[in-house]
Write a protein that binds this ligand. Structure first.
Ligand code: NAD
Length: 380
């Protein structure tokens, strides 16, 4: 018997030049915005000034917090939350990829509930309040502009959990693909692979439902059609739009059906070795798919068909299609080339089956610590 719940309450503002609407959306939510970004690109490219300018035109004041790292840290988010309170900000704008948007979400929670934020991210305390969040995504992507999740790293414990709460759904997601034209080819490939991994995992998750299946299928098709084009020519507007749609569909899919084994492992790998998220996913996706095929053979077979727009003989052949795609987009980078060593395995396994156990439990096939070790060995 079919039973499910669906809740993805995000106003999606999609299209070229939609960044210009950020002021009017912020005005509906507050009077002073904190713009949260990662790294100098956003300052040097003039994007921060553009956002601040649109806010000013709409009568919204702004402050800037640029100190979030790629794979943002909990102490950075705490500093951002304290700054938001000191400066009286009442709305938070994440401007960037998943890292900036996740940092913005954590800052929004810290500003509303108080720091330190880490206890909320490891489930010691409930997340029940956040300042309103606007997500302006510049990668395609993590889906973070759509999801209620935020992934934060603790550099003392080497943990990288994702917390989720309804209050962390962005009120508005601005998806302006013109902003993605500057994303370098390597990051386009890595973030684009994250889209595919989300779709594969949501599609095969124990929490999948008819809505998440539609989103995931569409995302896989779009990645197959547009990711290589976006990598080869970052100024290909149709390909950037296609990937932005894929990312948005995938974000909806994981908001409903979450993630499974590969993401649970990639978080643990990232926490221990500070790898590029999409690269770690690409290294481990073929092996995790093989692990889980028997749980949903029909769906695994269809993944290869959707990605290649061709018939695929079997679920196993579908894994080969995904592996060939990974090679074609330049993402066949074994974990050892990403800085992961065999001596890191125990800590990774503990994280993947410990604080990331929720993701593992959604995998269609039971995952044991030995299975995690096997995937790490296969992907090294
Ligand atoms: P990112 O946000 O870390 O950005 C990577 C680099 O690209 C940064 O240096 C950034 O400054 C730069 N950059 C971003 N946009 C650019 C642009 N348009 N032009 C030029 N440079 C640009 O990358 P990401 O892959 O989007 O995010 C990764 C993070 O998101 C990881 O921490 C991952 O764990 C997390 N994540 C979150 C979710 C979620 O649901 N919240 C899902 C998956 C992953």
């Amino acid at each position: 018997m079919l039973q499910f719940e669906n809740y993805v309450p995000v106003r999606i503002v999609f299209g070229a030049k939609k960044l210009e609407s950020v002021g009017e959306h912020a005005k509906a939510l507050g009077s002073k915005a904190l713009i949260v970004t990662t790294g100098p690109f956003f300052k040097e490219s003039g994007l921060i000034d553009r956002v601040a300018g649109y806010l000013k035109e709409a009568g919204v004041q702004s402050e800037v917090f640029m100190d979030a790292s790629p794979n943002p840290h909990s102490d950075e988010a705490d500093a951002g939350a304290a700054f938001a309170k000191e400066t009286g900000c009442d709305v938070v704008i994440g401007l960037g990829g998943g890292s900036a948007i996740d940092a913005a979400k954590c800052i929004a929670v810290g500003a509303a509930q108080g720091e330190p934020t880490w206890p909320y991210w490891i489930g010691e305390k409930d997340i029940f309040a956040a300042l309103p969040i606007i997500a302006v995504t510049t990668t395609s992507g993590t889906g973070s502009h759509i999801t209620p999740y935020s992934v934060i790293t603790n550099t003392e414990t080497n943990e990288k959990p994702g917390a989720g709460a309804d209050v962390m759904y962005p009120k508005v997601a601005i998806v302006d693909s013109e902003l993605m034209a500057t994303l370098p080819a390597k990051m386009t490939a890595a973030t684009g692979f994250d889209v595919l991994a989300h779709a594969i995992e949501a599609y095969t998750s124990n929490d999948a439902n008819p809505f998440s299946d539609q989103y995931a299928e569409e995302a896989i098709k779009l990645v197959g059609k547009y990711l290589k084009r976006a990598i080869d020519d970052g100024s290909d507007a149709e390909a950037r739009d296609g990937m932005a749609m894929a990312d948005t569909y995938s974000g909806c899919a994981i908001s409903i059906a979450v993630i499974t084994m590969c993401h649970a492992m990639a978080h643990a790998v990232g926490g221990v070795c500070n790898t590029v998220h999409g690269e770690s996913l690409a290294a481990m996706t073929p092996s995790t798919m093989r692990h889980s095929i028997s749980g949903r053979p029909e769906k695994y077979k269809k993944i290869g068909e959707l990605l290649s727009s061709k018939d695929v003989a079997s679920a196993e052949a579908s894994v080969d299609v995904v592996a060939a795609f990974i090679k074609d987009i330049g993402m066949a980078i074994p974990l050892n080339e990403q800085g992961v060593k065999e001596s890191d395995f125990d800590e990774i396994i503990a994280g993947a089956t410990g604080y990331m156990a929720g993701g593992m439990e959604l995998d269609p096939v039971l995952v044991t610590p030995e299975d995690v070790r096997k995937v790490l060995e296969d992907s090294l």
